[in-house]
Write a protein that binds this ligand. Structure first.
Ligand code: ADP
Ligand code: ASP
Ligand code: MG
Length: 244
């Protein structure tokens, strides 16, 4: 039995129909004989909308960084619970966990915390019980301050890779709205073409140059911990891009 971590970004869980589609895909992965851990981002533009909302009550909301993290982490909680509800409605068992419940420990820096340790005890228990474990991306917990933190914009990719490393997963699949890693952003450069495979050093260069398909810390983490990464589309069966 393989252990697969699947991360679904904001565009993959943007509305109810998409969440039901993700639920179906995740259940299919489990029924194919795998243990599945799912990491989700906030729905669509939720994170941006929450920032706008904070800016409408303060000219400088980031002067309250702890509260900004409390606010922004709520986006991922909505997705994780809705996905668990959708999976359960489709006849499989699942349980959702916040970053702190999933054992994602971080530095104390609000808005840009780094993962320091992952102790996914409750995730392992859920898997052992035959459940699909769903984890809120982009967030963690600092042991000293006892506060919730966020990992920086796009940080759900890093949650997924860190969990894959801690659970010794067979593969970490990053699902997005494009069917893999392209030579350049396909929305900007129409002539860009999809790569079937890319080595991790080149992927690191692409991420460092600002290609947001993978969060740079996720790529760094994967390199350091030897995590097998695959970038795929939520909306097609294309095998995507293998990062080796
Ligand atoms: P998600 O919400 O799933 O995390 P992101 O918006 O963070 O998705 O990342 C996916 C987007 O990254 C794509 O829609 C694409 O426009 C952009 N992108 C930038 N560079 C690349 C690249 N080299 N290959 C593929 N996509 C890229
Ligand atoms: N929701 C967060 C963001 O918009 C994290 C993520 O999408 O990975 O940056
Ligand atoms: Mg992203």
């Amino acid at each position: 039995m393989a252990l697969i971590v699947q991360k679904f970004g904001g565009s993959s869980v943007g509305d109810a129909a998409k969440i039901k589609h993700v639920a179906k895909r995740v259940i299919e992965t489990q029924r194919a004989g795998n243990q599945v851990v799912v990491v989700v981002s906030a729905m669509g533009d939720t994170t941006d909308e929450l920032i706008d909302l904070a800016q409408s009550v303060s000219v400088d909301p980031y002067s309250a960084p702890r509260e900004m993290d409390m606010l922004l982490t709520s986006g991922e909680r909505i997705s994780m619970a809705l996905l668990a509800i959708a999976i359960n409605a489709q006849g499989a068992q699942s349980r959702s966990f916040t970053g702190s419940q999933a054992g994602i420990m971080t530095s104390a820096k609000h808005g840009d915390a780094r993962i320091s340790e992952v102790t996914p005890v409750r995730i392992q228990e859920a898997l052992d019980a035959g459940d699909i474990a769903i984890v809120a991306g982009f967030q963690g917990f600092n042991k000293d301050s006892k506060d919730i933190t966020t990992l920086g914009r796009g940080g759900s990719d890093t949650t997924a890779v860190a969990l894959a490393a801690a659970l010794d997963a067979d593969v970490c699949e990053i699902y997005s709205d494009v069917d893999g890693v392209y030579t350049a952003d396909p929305r900007v450069i129409p002539a860009a073409h999809k790569l079937d495979a890319i080595d991790i050093e080149s992927m690191l260069e692409l991420a460092a140059a600002g290609a947001k398909i993978l969060h740079i810390r996720a790529v760094e983490f994967a390199r350091r911990h030897n995590v097998d990464l695959r970038v795929r589309s939520t909306f097609s069966t294309d095998p995507g891009t293998i990062v080796y």
